[in-house]
Write a protein that binds this ligand. Structure first.
Ligand SMILES: [Zn+2]
Length: 483
């Protein structure tokens, strides 16, 4: 077996062992590497370039709603973190503490932020006096730390990269509007840029953010085991944090009130979703809009005499594509073209251009799509118009393919037996009636390991019988196992 074949064949476990496939793809596509610290990973340049492109697309969307970026400290004094009981109860098991500064033991231990409400809200309390100081609309890009014993690159690491938005408002309605607006920003970002179809909805009481009034979420279906991945959440915190942290203001009538808060976050877990939704037995498949390299050019020549002709044609093509696509020319001479094809497929580059002596003679390039493997010859002088079109077609096709997977693996289920069967068979999402009782929710979780992913905004209307107890219900929920 030659090396080229081996590179691909090691991914044979796509169907059999999806979890193993995931680990392999992350490593071979050079997205991340193991770190010498338990629970942590190093994001490698290719993975980080992907994250930067994602950041850019999400950042302008957030700013377009009037939000500004700022930065708050990494450390939170224990007394502040513990001020909100539910919040600390939810996060306590995952919090890491700094107890020493230099050689001196600290009088008060400092938590490494698991999320930043407890450091941001006290600042808002200082900044807000009157209703005229509201709303405060701030976002920060940072990393947070939640101690993790079962790490998985991007999906579950102790330290992870994200953005967290924190707003304060003078009314509950305004906070609710903001909470939903940011969920819509996430939906638009994830569907448009990452080609990931999602189901937006509300979390049940037991699944909501610790201390929140309501949590909204977008849920995506992964390939392989068809489990769910929570891909972004937005929380209406009510005036709860306002009261606890003393964010008080004088309203227009001169009365004292507490501010209403929201917080919302999207992390690099969504890279995990890109890998698992779009990937296949050949590796990663990146959505063109965020792919670090959108088009790779592989020059093909055998004899030195051919080299110059090919290289100069390649230079011309590269130049003509400079303003229309992110292009990389793979000039390595210690790898065969076949090796390069496999490697760039593994890395999920949307388009590959092959240019050899015969192509140069015919004034054309061979263009190969990563999503369909379709091959076509395109005249060199048409590349600058055709490549951007093809990238758009690939983006659309990837979304449509993922949407089909989501639809085909979602079923309305009316008996508990059928629900159990589907969960056990990794058959995807089940839409079921639920009475709203936590006992029923808990029973499903204990017996099947499936959870209520969300109460979709898109409700069928009408009523039905609770999947567990048979009681009257007017709420349909999505149940599935989740990462
Ligand atoms: Zn019930």
């Amino acid at each position: 077996m030659n090396a080229e074949r081996r590179f691909v064949e090691e991914l044979d476990d796509f169907e059999d062992d999806f979890d193993r496939w995931y680990v392999e793809v992350v490593r071979k596509a050079e997205l991340a590497d193991e770190a010498p610290i338990r629970g942590m990973r190093v994001v490698m340049p290719y993975g980080f370039a992907l994250w930067e492109n994602m950041q850019a697309q999400l950042d302008w969307r957030i700013k377009a709603t009037g939000v500004q970026n700022a930065y708050f400290p990494l450390l939170i004094p224990r007394s502040m973190l513990e001020r909100e009981a539910e919040h600390i109860e939810g996060f306590a098991p995952e919090v890491a503490w700094v107890t020493q500064g230099g050689s001196k033991e600290l009088e008060e231990p400092l938590a490494i932020r698991p999320t930043s409400e407890a450091i941001i809200c006290p600042m808002y309390a200082r900044w807000v006096q009157s209703y005229r100081d509201l709303p405060i609309l701030i976002n920060q890009w940072c990393s947070v730390l939640r101690w993790e014993n079962r790490p998985r690159a991007f999906l579950r690491t102790s330290e992870f990269l994200w953005q967290e938005g924190h707003t304060a408002h003078s009314s509950l309605d305004e906070a609710e509007e903001r909470t939903k607006l940011m969920l819509e920003v996430y939906r638009d970002f994830v569907e448009t840029e990452l080609a990931l179809p999602v189901i937006p909805g509300q979390k049940s009481e037991s699944e909501k953010f610790a201390g929140a009034l309501r949590t909204y979420t977008i849920e995506a279906m992964m390939g392989g085991k068809k489990w769910a991945l929570q891909s972004g959440t937005s929380h209406n915190l009510g005036d709860h944090f306002g009261k606890v942290f003393g964010i008080e203001f004088l309203n227009a009538a001169g009365q004292r009130e507490y501010a209403f808060n929201t917080s919302w976050g999207l992390s690099f877990r969504t890279i995990g979703a890109i890998i698992m939704v779009h990937g296949d037995e050949r590796g990663l498949k990146l959505p063109p809009r965020v792919a670090p390299i959108q088009t790779v050019i592989v020059p093909i020549w055998r004899k030195d005499a051919e080299r110059e002709t090919v290289e100069s044609a390649v230079d011309g093509v590269r130049e003509s594509l400079r303003d229309v696509a992110r292009v990389f020319v793979d000039r390595r001479d210690d790898k065969t073209p076949g090796w390069k094809f496999n490697e760039w497929e593994m890395k999920g580059v949307p388009l590959r251009l092959e240019i050899g002596p015969r192509d140069v003679a015919g004034n054309q390039a061979m263009v190969v799509r990563r999503d369909t493997h379709e091959k076509q010859a395109i005249p060199l002088d048409e590349l600058a118009t055709r490549i951007p079109q093809l990238l758009e077609e690939i983006q659309d096709n990837m979304f449509e393919t993922a949407k089909r997977m989501l639809d085909e693996n979602t079923e309305r289920v009316s008996t508990y037996e059928r629900l159990k069967e589907r969960v056990a068979a990794n058959a995807g999402f089940s839409r079921v009636w639920w009475c709203g009782d936590e006992t029923c929710e808990e029973k499903v979780k204990t017996e099947t390991k499936a959870t209520i992913r969300c109460i979709p905004f898109d409700q069928p209307g009408g009523t039905g019988d609770c999947i567990v107890c048979g009681k009257h219900s007017d709420t349909e929920v999505i149940m599935a196992r989740a990462y």
